[in-house]
Design a protein around this ligand. Structure first.
Ligand code: DC
Length: 220
């Protein structure tokens, strides 16, 4: 028996990392919904689209061709944007464009079309509360700002990208505030979601805890 798993929480709490490990372990499909909003922000920026202009956004949403290749690559049409959509600048732009109703409607529609069956793990901000309201398992992954900023900082350093810990922490806090206080589908913990604080846990420890929850759900 397969189930659907909804993972929500603030930025850099470990949602996608956990989702990827679980998907591999369970043979499920992982959809990183944040990457979809990141593609919209990147496309709008590189095509000089005014995100306050709904008509321009509508045209963009009809044209943008977001493709996931395997579990790690994201393309817009033929351009591999896997890395470029993850910069700090694009993260901030994403938090802004994802406030737009027209963008959310289109992305939610695409996400629901992908996950019509069971065996999906979606991670984002509104998965348990909007996209997959009937997911059998809902997780709300949190971590302290310090540990999230440290993880992001280490990621950048490993990739030899210039990084400033204080700036990363400030940006994360600003993004959390925007994502939690927007009008359209703000980041919120669904009433039936299970909260996990990953501040002092390794990826393995979190995945083991989640696997116990999954096994309980599927009656193993
Ligand atoms: O998960 P992430 O950090 O890649 O998400 C980037 C931004 O996208 C985040 O600041 C808010 C937005 N987002 C959203 O509004 N809804 C989702 N389901 C996923 C992401």
């Amino acid at each position: 028996m397969k189930i659907n798993i909804a993972i929500d929480g603030p930025g850099a709490a470990g949602k996608s990392t956990i989702a990827k490990v679980l998907a591999k372990h369970l043979g499920y499909v992982h959809l990183d919904t944040g990457a979809m909003y990141r593609c919209c922000a990147y496309y709008a920026h590189t095509h000089n689209i005014d995100i306050q202009d709904d008509r321009a956004l509508e045209k963009m949403l009809n044209n943008i061709d977001i493709r996931f290749i395997g579990q790690t690559k994201v393309f817009i049409a033929d351009e591999d944007v896997s890395e470029i959509i993850r910069t700090n600048e694009n993260s901030m732009r994403t938090s802004l464009i994802s406030q737009k109703k027209i963008v959310r409607e289109k992305m939610v529609d695409l996400q629901r079309k992908v996950s019509t069956d069971k065996g999906y793990i979606l991670d984002g901000r509104d998965i348990g509360s909007v996209v997959l309201k009937d997911a059998e398992l809902k997780l709300y992954i949190i971590a302290s700002v310090e540990s999230r900023a440290k993880r992001r900082y280490d990621e950048y350093v490993a990739k030899q990208i210039e990084a400033d810990y204080e700036a990363i922490a400030a940006d994360l806090e600003q993004r959390d505030y925007q994502d939690m206080n927007r009008k359209e589908s703000p980041l919120t913990k669904a009433s039936d979601a299970i909260e996990i604080d990953t501040s002092n846990l390794s990826v393995n420890e979190v995945c083991e805890a989640v696997m116990r929850l999954v096994n309980k759900k599927i009656g193993k």
